[in-house]
Design a protein around this ligand. Structure first.
Ligand code: PLP
Length: 589
C-alpha cells in the first residue's frame, strides 16, 4: 500500500539523515515494479546515475484528464524518490502538475541536503520528464500552458531550487559613520604567521598581501578540521564523510554567493584561481561569441591574466584588441570611452582594481556604458573582491573572477561568477568527473552549471576554507577593514611622499585601494627589496605581472607595498625606517 504525501511528510519529519536514507530504501522496496516491456530506451529518464524508466497513464484526452505516473529504477533509493514523486503528482491534471511546486516538497523533506548532486540531477530529470509529458498533453488537448512553465522547466527549477534563502549578504555601507574602528593589533594576533619572531629578533612586517594574503587561525583550523575529521572526495560518496563534505563544500558556495550578492548559488563556480577563471571565460565563452571583425576592449593596466587570454583570443578569432586610454594619474580616461567602446565591442575585460597602480575602476559606470552597446563585461576581481564591496547584481557584471589566497583563504581555489544566462552560453573547456551528464561512444553531454565547469576533483578542503575566510571577513567587518585599509593607504602615501627622489605611481588615495607602487631615484627595486627584507619588511619588486603597464610607464621594475586588515601604523614606520637605511646605504648624494 503506497503512502500519501502527508504520511511521507509525517514519517520523514523525525528522522535523522541516515534514517532518512534507510526510509527512502524502504519506500523503494514497496514501490510496484514496472513491467520489463516498459523498460525501453524511449521511457528512460536521462541525467540519472542509476537507470530510471518513467511512463504516464492518463485517464482521458481532454485537459481535465488525471495523470498516474509509473516509474521504476534499478536502485532502491531512487525508487524511494520515485514513490515521493508519484505521491506528489498522481491524480493531478496536466495543468495542476505544471503549476505544482515540487521544490516545496523537496524542501520540506530536506531532500536537497540528503542526496548527492548526481542524484539531484536525476531527480530533476524525472521532474522535467513529467512536466514535458504534461505539457504535451495540454498542447494535444488544445489547452494552453500556464505562464509559469513556458520556460524550460529543468532550468527554472534548478535555479529556483538553489536560489539563496532570505535576504542575501548585501553590501556594507563603507562610508557609514558608525563603522567600528578596526584594532589592527588585535587582528594581527589572529594570524599565526605574523606572530612569530624572525631570526633577527623583529616581527614579520608583511606588505605583500596583493600577491597572497596571510590566513587567520580560523581558516587554518578549518582546513585541519576537514583533513582530520571528515575528508572525502566531494560529489562522489553517499557515506557519512561524503555527505558531510558535500554539505560543507556546498555551504561554502552559499556563503560566497551571499558575499557577492549573487542571484543564485548556481552562478558560483569553484576554480583553481583568477587566472584559470579568466581563461575559462575567454576560451569557453569567447571562442563561441567573438567573431572575426569584433573588438575586445581592455586596458594597459591589466594583470597578464586578464590581458593575454584576450590577446590570444583576438588573434585566434580575427578580432581586434583595443585599450581604454589612461589619464596621467593612472585612471581609466572615461571621457575617451566612447571612442573605443562601440557596437563592435563584443567583450570588455577590465580589472576591478589595478594590482600595480592601485586604481579602483568605476565598474558600475563601465557596465552601464557597455549595456548601451550590448557588450559583455568581464571583471578581474583578484584585487577588488578582497578589499572593495562587490555586489554582482547591483554592478550587473556578466562575469567576475577572483582568487581565494588574496582573500585570507587558501591557494588553489578561486571563484568564477557568471550571470546564469552567460554561464548557459559558455562551453566547458575541461572535461571529466562531475561535469559529465552522460557519455556515449559517439557523444557526451554535460551537467548544468556550476557542475558543468567543475571538472575533476575540486580543491575541496581549500574551497571549504575559502568559505571560512569569507566568514572571517564578514565577522571582522568588511566596512571596518576597508576603512582601516583606506586610512593606512593615505598615511603610507603621505609618508612615502617625503622620501627624496620617489615616484609613486597611480592616483591619489581617494581613487585607489591599498596598493602603493613606487621607485626611488638611485635605488634599484631589487636592491631595495633586499634591504627591506633585512629589516623584516616583506614587499614585492619586479613588474608584478603587468609588463605592458611597466612599458607604458617607461620603467622596467618597481617596488610594491600592498596592505591588508592586519597591517598597522607600526608596519609603515618599519617600512620608512628601512627605506631611510637604504637611502643612506645606496644613494650617493
Ligand atoms: N589579476 C590580478 C589583478 C592580480 O593581481 C592577480 C594576481 O596577482 C591575478 C589576476 C592572478 O591571480 P592568480 O595568480 O591567483 O590566478
Amino acid at each position: 500500500m503506497l503512502l500519501t504525501l502527508e504520511e511521507i511528510f509525517e514519517e520523514f519529519a523525525d528522522l535523522d539523515r541516515q534514517d532518512q536514507s534507510l526510509y527512502l530504501l524502504e519506500l523503494g522496496d514497496e514501490l510496484p515494479e514496472l513491467p520489463v516491456v516498459a523498460r525501453t530506451d524511449e521511457n528512460k529518464v536521462h541525467g540519472c546515475q542509476s537507470q530510471v524508466w518513467l511512463i504516464t497513464d492518463i485517464d482521458g484526452a481532454d485537459d481535465s484528464a488525471r495523470f498516474t505516473i509509473v516509474a521504476d529504477s534499478d536502485s532502491n533509493i531512487v525508487r524511494g524518490l520515485i514513490a515521493i514523486l508519484e505521491a506528489s503528482y498522481n491524480g493531478k491534471t496536466a495543468r495542476e502538475i505544471l503549476e505544482y511546486d515540487i521544490d516545496a516538497v523537496f524542501h520540506r523533506l530536506n531532500l536537497q541536503q540528503h542526496i548527492t548532486p548526481q542524484r539531484r540531477n536525476g531527480l530533476r530529470g524525472m521532474v522535467d520528464r513529467v512536466s514535458k509529458l504534461a505539457r504535451m498533453h495540454l498542447v494535444q488537448s488544445g489547452g494552453s500552458e500556464p505562464d509559469a512553465v513556458n520556460r524550460v522547466i529543468g532550468e527554472t527549477r534548478s535555479a529556483r531550487e538553489r536560489m539563496l534563502p532570505g535576504t542575501p549578504g548585501g553590501q556594507p555601507q563603507l562610508d557609514a559613520k558608525d563603522v567600528a574602528v578596526l584594532n589592527a593589533e588585535d587582528i594581527r594576533r589572529q594570524f599565526p604567521v605574523l606572530c612569530q619572531t624572525l631570526p633577527g629578533g623583529s616581527r614579520p612586517i608583511f606588505l605583500d598581501s596583493g600577491a597572497s594574503a596571510q590566513k587567520p587561525q580560523s581558516v587554518i583550523d578549518k582546513e585541519r578540521e576537514v583533513e582530520e575529521q571528515y575528508f572525502a572526495n566531494a560529489h562522489r560518496g553517499t557515506y557519512q564523510f561524503g555527505q558531510r563534505i558535500d554539505e560543507e563544500f556546498e555551504g561554502a558556495r552559499t556563503t560566497i554567493a551571499k558575499f557577492l550578492n549573487a542571484p543564485s548559488v548556481d552562478s558560483i563556480v569553484f576554480t583553481p584561481g583568477t587566472t584559470i577563471g579568466l581563461n575559462m571565460i575567454a576560451s569557453g565563452w569567447g571562442r563561441r561569441h567573438v567573431q572575426p571583425g569584433d573588438e575586445i576592449l581592455t586596458s594597459v593596466m591589466e594583470h597578464h591574466a586578464n590581458f593575454v587570454p584576450w590577446q590570444q583570443l583576438a588573434k585566434e578569432r580575427g578580432a581586434t584588441l583595443k585599450l581604454i586610454p589612461l589619464t596621467s594619474d593612472g585612471r581609466l580616461d572615461m571621457d575617451q570611452l566612447d571612442s573605443v567602446l562601440t557596437r563592435r565591442t563584443r567583450v570588455l575585460a577590465i580589472t576591478g582594481m589595478s594590482n600595480m597602480l592601485g586604481t579602483i575602476n568605476p565598474i558600475r559606470e563601465l557596465v552601464r556604458r557597455a549595456r548601451e552597446v550590448g557588450t559583455c563585461v568581464v571583471v578581474d576581481g583578484a584585487q577588488s573582491v578582497p578589499h572593495l564591496p562587490t555586489d554582482v547584481i547591483a554592478d550587473d557584471v556578466d562575469f567576475l573572477a577572483f582568487s581565494g589566497h588574496k582573500l585570507y583563504g587558501p591557494t588553489g581555489v578561486g571563484i568564477l561568477y557568471g550571470k546564469p544566462e552567460r554561464l548557459e552560453e559558455m562551453d566547458p573547456i575541461i572535461f571529466g568527473g562531475h561535469m559529465i551528464s552522460e557519455v556515449h561512444i559517439e557523444k557526451s553531454s554535460w551537467s548544468a552549471a556550476p557542475a558543468r565547469f567543475e571538472a575533476g576533483t575540486m580543491p575541496i578542503v581549500q574551497a571549504i576554507a575559502l568559505g571560512t575566510a569569507v566568514e572571517w571577513v564578514q565577522q571582522t567587518g568588511f566596512a571596518s577593514i576597508h576603512q582601516h585599509e583606506q586610512k593606512l593607504t593615505k598615511e603610507t602615501i603621505e609618508r612615502l611622499q617625503t622620501v627624496p627622489g620617489i615616484t609613486i605611481f597611480g592616483p591619489d588615495a581617494a581613487h585607489r585601494g591599498g596598493i602603493i607602487t613606487f621607485r626611488i631615484d638611485g635605488i634599484h627595486p631589487e636592491d631595495l627589496a633586499a634591504i627591506l627584507d633585512q629589516h623584516g619588511v616583506f614587499a614585492r619588486h619586479g613588474h608584478h605581472c603587468t609588463m605592458p603597464l611597466h612599458t607604458y610607464l617607461g620603467v622596467s621594475a618597481t617596488t610594491r607595498v600592498s596592505l591588508a586588515a592586519y597591517n598597522t601604523v607600526d608596519d609603515i614606520t618599519a617600512l620608512m625606517n628601512a627605506i631611510e637605511f637604504a637611502l643612506k646605504k645606496l644613494v650617493k648624494r
